[in-house]
Design a protein around this ligand. Structure first.
Ligand SMILES: Cc1ncc(COP(=O)(O)O)c(C=O)c1O
Length: 453
């Protein structure tokens, strides 16, 4: 491709985008989406040939990296064989994907309801829970994201919900554990755990535990901060759900399929929920796919009565074929183990070194390829570098930091006052170190706003 041709292409892509593409979550006139020409491994490139090391995995979904040749070939093969067939038929790609996912899932989670993405997964999970229990309330965490459809956004505990309010009735929000900014004035992980569990019990007391169908949570909270639960918290939630007959729903749309260095994040704590929601990493978004993995006990509820839910593309053969191929590649290449090692040997230690050099790093936390740097103006007061949900000029320091990363060829994932380190699970240790070196330089911009001692 000549430079002139590339520039013409870029101009056309940009012009058609601006004229006709209505973008998510955006004031349409205030954005200028970068046209992307290609992507490979952990990098994507613009039309000028500039490459970016992707520390965001797009929307934290490209776990296998871009254009994995075996995954591309498997999709081509499936496309040549059978592109589409209704969910009412049995299909080899769908059956195999469901079997592989059920085999990986813990305990008796043996059935899979396929969706096109994460929101439809959480949406169907609460429908399953409500019908199974005959109750209607759902307890969902603040500082969470569960998707943008009616029920999913109602459960969401961040500003993305505000524009969809009033939302569906029956959702009650609770505070999950987050020691760095504890809602419970806790000073140790053990205290945070105990108090967060007591808070759930208190909520159940005043809401009426017999009215609560489900407790939903992100096993490790994603966009809202990579909040890793303290040891004992998930087991405590499991015990509460068992005591009160409540369905335990783990939303692993972001945390699952390698992101936490485990197939499922709950595996890190040996806890088995009743339902697991997945999407993103199941096939790295090469095609839209998500779903709910269902325990035998809940599946049993729908043996003699119909489950009232479905989607034209539930278990789409092309998407399921890509999930089969992706899971097999993960196994062949040891990608889950690689992700875990990157966390313990490269990212965790590397970020802790950065924290010694940069006063603006208030906390380093994460596991696998799922890490956050919480940026502050003062380590003692923990005042965030920018306010919660900052926009415009108030978000300036974070925008400067992001621009410094991009200038140097690193695409960061920033949210509020944090930058997350969430590259593909297949990124090499050397690539990661080169990204951390860029973070090191870019963090100087954040340090300039530091006002602490
Ligand atoms: C934890 C979690 N749940 C649900 C969703 C919604 O998934 P989707 O955008 O595929 O609908 C997301 C998306 O970021 C997510 O991170």
């Amino acid at each position: 491709m000549t430079d002139t041709l590339a520039q013409t292409d870029e101009a056309r892509v940009r012009a058609d985008d601006r004229a006709h593409v209505f973008h998510s979550w955006s004031a349409q006139a205030l954005i200028d989406p970068l046209p992307i020409a290609s992507a490979l491994g952990s990098y994507f490139s613009d039309y000028a040939g500039k490459s970016y090391l992707d520390f965001s995995s797009q929307l934290v979904n490209v776990n296998i990296g871009y254009q994995h040749p075996k995954l591309v070939a498997a999709i081509q093969e499936q496309a040549a064989r059978l592109c589409t067939i209704s969910p009412a038929f049995a299909n080899d790609a769908r059956s195999e994907a469901a079997r592989l996912i059920a085999e990986l899932a813990p305990g008796d989670l043996n059935q899979v309801f396929f969706t096109n993405g994460g929101a439809e997964a959480t949406e169907n999970a609460i429908r399953l829970a409500r019908l199974h229990t005959g109750r209607h309330k759902v307890l969902a965490a603040y500082r969470s994201y569960h998707g943008a459809t009616a029920g999913a956004i109602a459960m969401t505990g961040d500003p993305r919900r505000w524009g969809a309010e009033p939302s569906i009735p029956g959702v009650v929000h609770y505070w999950g554990p987050y020691l760095y900014r504890s809602a419970f004035h806790a000073s140790t992980a053990a205290e945070e755990c105990e108090r967060a569990l007591q808070h759930l019990r208190d909520l159940l007391m005043v809401e009426g535990s017999h009215t609560v169908a489900a407790i939903i949570f992100e096993t490790v909270v994603g966009t809202n901060g990579i909040l890793v639960p303290p040891d004992g918290y998930l087991a405590g939630v499991r015990a509460i759900c068992d005591e009160f007959g409540i369905v335990m729903i783990a939303d692993e749309v972001m945390a699952g399929f390698g992101r936490c260095g485990e197939w499922f994040a709950v595996d890190a704590w040996g806890v088995t929920p009743d339902l697991i929601c997945f999407a993103k990493g199941v096939n790295s978004g090469y095609l839209p796919l998500g779903g709910v993995i269902i325990s035998d006990r809940i599946a049993e509820s729908f043996q003699q009565r119909p489950y009232p839910g479905g989607l034209t593309y539930s278990g789409h053969p092309l998407a399921c074929g890509s999930a089969v191929a992706s899971i097999n590649i993960f196994k062949e290449e040891g990608i889950v183990e690689h992700a875990r090692r990157l966390g313990t040997e490269v990212i965790g230690p590397g970020l802790r070194v950065l924290a010694e050099r940069h006063p603006s790093i208030g906390e380093v936390r994460g596991l696998g390829v799922f890490w956050a740097l919480e940026l502050v103006r003062d380590r003692d007061t923990r005042e965030p570098l920018v306010p919660y949900n900052a926009a415009g000029a108030a978000a300036g320091p974070m925008n400067e930091f992001a621009a410094a990363c991009k200038e140097r060829g690193l695409w960061p994932f920033t949210h509020f006052n944090r930058t997350h380190v969430v590259p593909p699970c297949t990124t090499s240790a050397d690539e990661l170190r080169s990204g951390l070196a860029i973070l090191d330089e870019a963090l100087d911009t954040a340090d300039r706003y530091y006002t602490g001692a």
